[in-house]
Design a protein around this ligand. Structure first.
Ligand code: ADP
Length: 159
């Protein structure tokens, strides 16, 4: 079985993330979307909430699982026999850091990183931008799944 992992914060999942996950699900037999647990970083949604949203919006693909991880991604990959990390590359600004991570992960554990070029529709899109725009009342309906839009609106409306 060909397995791959799509790691990230997914706070919350956007259409840019989903585009990468969907394309990966057509190449690999099983794709795990793994939510990074980072206690140092403040987030809008809890890890459990992010996982629940991801599970809802990826159910349609049939071969996508949702999980969380902390610590080194390569340890997670080793424990679950996942040889490939799939990442989306948005712009040159992503490249420098992603190159370092990919080379480190390969050096540490022989885990490969496959980069997918972002869909041009979403090349500017990040979770942080979505949160910022939504916080100030901007329309993000074309940037996140409908289910996520509902949670985002509700969360930002609560004090
Ligand atoms: P962000 O907060 O920037 O969306 P995440 O850590 O949640 O970052 O993203 C996880 C991964 O998803 C990124 O490393 C990147 O590979 C991919 N990704 C995020 N947004 C996009 C996008 N708009 N297009 C393509 N890939 C993306």
């Amino acid at each position: 079985m060909r397995r791959a992992v799509c790691p990230g914060s997914f706070d919350p999942v956007t259409l840019g993330h989903l585009d990468i996950v969907e394309r990966a699900s057509k190449i690999y037999d099983e794709v795990t979307v793994a939510v990074l647990v980072n206690k140092k970083k403040s987030s809008l949604f809890t890890v459990e909430e992010r996982m629940a949203l991801l599970a809802e919006v990826t159910e349609v693909y049939g071969n996508v699982k949702v999980d969380s991880f902390h610590g080194l991604l390569v340890d997670y990959c080793r424990e679950r026999d996942i040889p490939v990390i799939v990442k989306g590359l948005r712009a040159i600004s992503d490249f420098d850091y992603e190159l370092q991570m990919a080379q480190m992960n390969h050096g540490l554990a022989g885990v490969e990183t496959m980069f997918m070029t972002t869909n041009p529709l979403y090349s500017f899109l990040s979770s942080s931008l979505v949160k910022e725009v939504a916080t100030y009342g901007g329309d993000v309906s074309g940037l996140v799944p409908e289910r996520v839009l509902a949670s985002l609106t509700e969360r930002l409306a609560s004090p």
